[in-house]
Design a binder for this molecule. Structure first.
Ligand code: AMP
Length: 141
């Protein structure tokens, strides 16, 4: 299974905020959309920035004012991205190795979606269930 298949099955939209949004605004967007990360397209010279729950924790722990600090000050700009043809297995290994749980997917430089570790685990579980079903059918045929 590839990221293209995963995104098609997910049928989700990518949640974005502007680079100038405050951290408090980004938290509100994450909460309203029930997601743990937002993307910042064309963020200050990088193709895409990412800001996740982990970054929120860091801003808070450092004692900064969530209403004042802007997302562009604390987002990750050197974002690792996936391609539509990457396999779910490759992405799972990448996320585990690099210790992040979100991966924007770009097709020829254009943002086409965002997959989370939850999407990846679900895809693997679905695949395992399909394989078990196929084996059961084979055994009983
Ligand atoms: P996460 O585990 O996804 O909440 O992210 C942990 C840290 O890695 C945060 O500082 C994120 O901004 C950063 N991060 C998340 N996803 C990526 C990615 N695809 N590429 C680079 N950094 C990322």
């Amino acid at each position: 299974m590839t990221l293209k298949d995963l995104l098609a099955a997910k049928n989700g939209r990518t949640i974005t905020v502007s680079a100038s949004a405050s951290v408090a605004e980004a938290i509100r967007v994450m909460h309203d959309n029930k997601v743990g990360a937002v993307l910042i397209p064309d963020a200050g010279g990088c193709p895409v920035g990412i800001f996740t729950e982990r970054d929120v924790v860091r801003v808070y722990a450092e004692g900064d004012d969530l209403a004042v600090v802007r997302v562009e000050e604390r987002m990750t700009c050197s974002v690792v991205v996936g391609k539509p043809e990457d396999t779910v297995d490759e992405v799972m290994a990448l996320m585990t190795e690099r210790r992040f749980r979100h991966l924007p997917v770009l097709d020829k430089g254009k943002l086409i979606g965002l997959v989370s570790i939850g999407d990846v685990v679900k895809a693997k579980l679905d695949e395992a269930a399909r394989e078990a079903q196929t084996l059961r059918e084979y055994i009983h045929s």
